[in-house]
Design a protein. Structure first.
Length: 210
């Protein structure tokens, strides 16, 4: 596809093959350098792969995951001694062929952890620390679709006619729209009426101070 146009350009004296190749190499070198510079921020997330539950997590893998979680969220405490007791319980659960079943049925990650947490709750076994650890991989988006969806919702609400919203108001609207869109209006109202702190904020004048 390039040879014919390049030959025409050379014949017309507009460019030489050496110049074209040099500029092309420069372009691709710049592109690769850019991708490498902006892609390294996610390198250490590989340490969390044991939480994908594709196989039984091993102690050393969990230790790496804990260290990565500590760097990312230093304010979240994890009791490592209790954590490894929880991991032992998780390993026992994963011995019974459930991994093969998940692989065969292509079970989503959120459902895997839902099954694990339900099992531990049913047997009244604490799972606090490993749940905190797993929350990292559960909340990571698999694509940019969630971000695009937020921008789409924002464009629907922040129009040319309705452009006086502050950033904090938009944040509040998007938070409600994104996290409670599964609730019917009646259920959402009942949920609010049972939450006294929220009711106080609704009836206060604080929301008008922005």
């Amino acid at each position: 596809m390039v040879r014919v146009p390049l030959r025409d350009l050379e014949e017309n004296g507009l460019i030489t093959k050496e110049t074209f190749l040099g500029k092309s190499k420069c372009f691709f070198d710049t592109a690769v350098n850019y991708l490498e510079a902006w892609g390294k921020h996610a390198d250490d997330l590989q340490d969390l792969s044991c939480l994908l539950l594709k196989k039984k997590p091993q102690r050393l893998e969990v230790e790496k995951a804990v260290e990565t979680r500590r760097r990312k969220c230093p304010n979240v405490t994890i009791d490592e001694d209790i954590l490894f007791d929880e991991v032992s319980g998780l390993q026992e659960l994963l011995q019974g062929g459930i991994l093969e079943e998940w692989k065969r049925e292509d079970t989503p990650l959120i459902q895997k952890w839902g099954s694990v947490i339900s099992h531990f709750q049913l047997n009244e076994i604490p799972l606090i620390n490993i749940a905190r650890l797993a929350s990292v991989v559960i909340c990571l988006p698999g694509s940019n679709a969630p971000v695009e969806r937020v921008f789409s919702l924002m464009n629907d609400m922040w129009t040319a006619e309705r452009n006086r919203f502050t950033v904090s108001t938009m944040k509040a609207l998007l938070t409600v729209k994104t996290n409670f869109n599964h609730l019917p209006c009646q259920d959402f109202m009942e949920m609010l009426t049972k939450n006294k702190p929220i009711l106080k904020k609704i009836h206060s004048s604080e929301k008008y101070t922005d």
